[in-house]
Design a protein around this ligand. Sequence first.
Ligand code: PM9
Length: 461
Amino acid sequence: MEKYKKRSWAEPYKIKVVEPIKMTTRTEREKALMEAGYNTFLLKSEDVYIDLLTDSGTNAMSDNQWAGMMLGDEAYAGSKNYYHLEENVQKYYGYKYLVPTHQGRGAENIISKILIKPGMFVPGNMYFTTTRLHQELAGGTFVDVIIDEAHDPVNLHPFKGNVDIDKFDALVKKVGADKIPYITIGVTVNMAGGQPVSMANLREVRSYCEKHGVRVVFDATRAVENAYFIKVREKGYEKKSIAEILHEMCSYSDACTMSGKKDCLVNIGGFLALNERDVFEEARNMVVVYEGLHTYGGLAGRDMEAMARGIEESVQWDHIRARIGQVEYVGEKLSALGIPIVVPVGGHAVFLDAKAFLPHLKQIEFPAQTLAAELYLESGIRSMERGIVSAGRSKETGDHYYPKLELVRLTFPRRVYTQAHCDVTVEAVDEVFDRRKSIKGLKMVYEPKYLRFFQARFEKL
Ligand code: PM9
């Protein structure tokens, strides 16, 4: 780890095309925020100055990817870009079979429908919003088996995404392995703060699952970022390349769902990749119902080409070091100012700890939603709530879940913002921090049934 810390790095690219962004006045932002019901998802992008809502589909593509876009083979069936994508998924992720989808949730829908039967249980290392919803819609019940450290924002465990084998084993003993179609392992764990899973833990889960006949399905959305953390934090991996680590990680799973909009450096795209022939046959049949023919899965040929090329770029050391280095830079600056964040800093975002930032607000006054709104008001910077609103309601009781983590995510799109944008962001958060005691909470006035965080509306208390 020390070896890489000694020297500073610079972005391993130079800027060829620019997209102007504009700064709004506070009065304009007040109006925009009211119209958006205090939900940053409902703001117009043109009213945003620095957009840290998500790293999903917001990546800057390289000249090589744009060149590939011109080589899109838009045949309905058998596009050559599909075969290029298949080749790179096999080469870098190591799975045998590929089913492209329009984005990650398309793959989640298909795998959930195939493998989950009503009454089954699906363990996972912390929930993810769309993943859990598809599991529930298929009749399953999600069970959190992540280690306790993941729920503690200040615990410095280097692999807070790890599965707690005892929790997993307790579930297997309680319901029986035949009621568990698979375990989902997020690498990295988004809702815990972009926290990685160690190779040792992946190996251990794999061997447990082999013994009990339970499949392992990765959510590989940010698996390259996970590979980075293994390289710099786990003994024995210092000298391995990111590609080697990624390949080994995936070898401990049977399948993965992928939102290509993150690691794969594209604006749209995803896939389901598998090793079991019969499950693949079913998925290939089902994709034509929900996404499109099995050689395009809802994507244009050019999108598949961009993703195939993005995969190659994503595993380059210079890329991933700068990508995560940028996030770490912001995290370190915020910590130095005494601003409460989730530590260690994760792969794709810095997560502000809204409970510690606004301790005078009850969780039902939506501290993270409030803080995201205040940051926008202060600076035009858009972030995302990852707390009680994102957690939704229990499907059994209908009550809100009250997650231990009540966070605001400052998410960094890949290759998009400069260090100056990072500095401005830190200053803006600090200004909100200075006036935190005067900030009042919110009440929810509109709540959609599914994935409420996208469209819920709020008013000031
Ligand atoms: N993640 C994110 O901003 C997109 C919007 S929030 C639903 O973090 C994981 C770990 C994700 C993810 C999306 C998906 C779904 C699956 N797993 O958005 O459908 O972070 O491509 O992927 C978002 P799609």
